[in-house]
Structures are given as C-alpha cells and as structure tokens.
Design a protein around this ligand. Sequence first.
Ligand code: ATP
Length: 367
Amino acid sequence: MAEVQLEKVNKIFPNGFHAVKDADFVIQDKEFLVLLGPSGCGKTTTLRMIAGLEDITSGVVKIDGKVVNDVEPKDRDIAMVFQNYALYPHMTVYDNMAFGLKLRKTPKNEIEKRVREAAKILGIEHLLDRKPKQLSGGQRQRVAVGRAIVRNPKVFLFDEPLSNLDAKLRVQMRSELKKLHQRLEATIAYVTHDQVEAMTMADKIVIMHEGIIQQVGDPFDVYDHPANLFVAGFIGTPPMNFLPARVVKQNGFWLKGDGFSIKVPDDKAHLLENYVDKDVVFGVRPEDLTEKSQSKVADETNTIITTVDVVEPLGSETLLHVTVGSNQFITAKVSPQTRAKVGEKFNIVIDLEMIHVFDKETEKAIF
Ligand code: ATP
C-alpha cells in the first residue's frame, strides 16, 4: 500500500509569498497523479512538500495514514526524479544507480541484482560503465528513473522529467513511463505544465493556478466538464473558444451575442433559469464545430455565419481561424476536405450537446 494524502496544505515562503493554498487531494495506491498548471502555480512546491524537501506552513501530509510533516525526506520511502536528473558526473551509471542503496548499507549482491534488474527494464544495461557526460538526454533521463526504481520506494515523485528532451523523445518517454507505471504498479505524482502530457499519462489530474487547486478529476472529467474558465482554457489544443453572450428566454433558452444566436438544449435549459437577461460566457471547443455542408443537423438554432481569416491544414484535419460578428475570433477544427477560403463567408454548425456556459462573475461552469 502507498497512499499519499494532503489535507489543507499551505506554503508561505519566508518572504511572505503564499505559493500553495489549502491543497487538498489524495494520491491513491498505484495511481498516476499529475499536478498540472502554468509556470509558477505551485506544482513543484507541492511536490517538494510531499518529499519533505520543503517545510509545510500549515496542514498535513500523510503517507499510508501516517502524518509525515516532521519525518525526514530519507525516511519517507519516496524517490524523486528531478528535471535536471541530478546525476553525479564523476560516477558511472552503475554507481549513480547504486548510490542510494550503498548509503542505506544494502548488501553488495542485493545492490548488483537491483541495479541490473532496473537497467534491464529501462534498456540501459549496455551503458552501466559510462559516465553521465557520455550519455544522451534520453539516456540520462532513464538513469535518473533507474536510480529511483532500485530503491523500490512506496511513492515516486517526478518533477517535469521530460522537459529537457526534444519533442520526439518526449513522446517516446511519455509512453515508456506509462508502461513502467503499469509494470511496477507504482504510486506516482508527476509535475508538468504540458497538458498533453497530463492528459495522456494521468489516472487523475490536479489542476493548479496561482497556488489554488482548480479541479481534480480524470482526464475525461477535466476535458468534458471543466469546473471553470481557467481549466476550460488550459486543457485542450487549440483551446476552447469563448464568446460573451446573453441568456434570452424566448421559446426556450438562447445564447445571443454579436453575430450569433444559438439554442440551449432542453435538458440543460433549466440550469440557466437564474441567468435570464444576464451576461455569461459561452464556450465551445474547436472540434465541436463543423462545416455546414458536412453537417446533417444544421438549422437556425445551431448555425452561425463567420468570415474565414486563416486556413491551417494539418493533414488529418484543418484549423480554420474565423471572425464571428464584428470582431471576435474563434477556431474550428474541420475536415481536411473543407472548401473554406480566406475572406469568404463560412457557415459553422455548433454541436449544441457539447457547449459550455460559465458565470461571468465567478468564472465557474454553469454547465
Ligand atoms: P514551474 O513550472 O515554473 O517550475 P511551479 O508551478 O512548479 O512552476 P513553484 O516552483 O512551485 O512553481 O513556485 C511557485 C511560486 O512560488 C512561484 O511564484 C515561485 O516564484 C515562488 N517561490 C518558489 N520558491 C520560493 C522561495 N524559496 N521563496 C519565495 N518564493 C518562492
């Protein structure tokens, strides 16, 4: 068993900066949890508090039900993999991997067994005699992971381990780490600012912004049901489109704005009862917009007229950047067969089942 629990954890640095505010979440046994958010939102600080590398200002961190606030990092049974790998340059790969075990006075034959096993899992057996400077970025990354594996810790903490790798290697290491998680049945907390990394690897995502947790959920939860404008705009590429709108009740509920008027599906309409004649934010993802000629359901309740600004073919799909009304820009992800031409009028059909509406004041999702 390895479960990590944070209860109302706060970090205020000596200069008074409040970096983490009331962090409250659980990393379940064998779960791959990703802490996601923009630079400076408090992810690393949260991870370092779990590791014991940073004092906790208030709140409680528990591992397997036991409060560890005052337990030394080395006694927490946690292994951390850092962004810069923190390998010892003068030691071989073997010695780098063995170092933590030697410190713990593990018998030599046991060290040898564990290092060779980990090296096999990671495909770096042939590199054991090399020094770090004789390795590529991806190989160094594997050694850093290997050093964590040999310790067989209760919990692995990863702090942006892929950010120093080139794009292709990052994609490869992403799936390797995921496989490794399944193989080791490990409990993992993983920090990244890359939402694709989070979506592809996580069992559970904790989204942070300015020290505050915005939402905790599985990747589909946070994608399909973002709790607020921040999460809606942060998860998804290209990001969700937002347009200011007013709720109008007139043979049902409508969202009306500059250049569009669309009908809210009946099953969601009641959620807008308190917003009639009020301003809200209407959100729709680029992939929930279709070219009218490709849609079987186009009518006056779901179609808007736009002007095409930029056509961006990506091969498997095409991104259209279009203007709605006088001066609002949105993006649609459409079929590569699109006939859209720059400067021309273009009819777009909105999948009404997939629309989002946010409270303008609180920025929270209404649905
Ligand atoms: P990044 O992705 O850039 O690493 P992060 O989300 O991991 O960002 P943290 O490193 O946790 O962010 O930092 C959170 C905030 O706390 C930042 O604004 C940072 O400047 C601040 N901070 C970090 N360490 C200290 C410190 N020792 N004293 C004061 N402020 C600090």
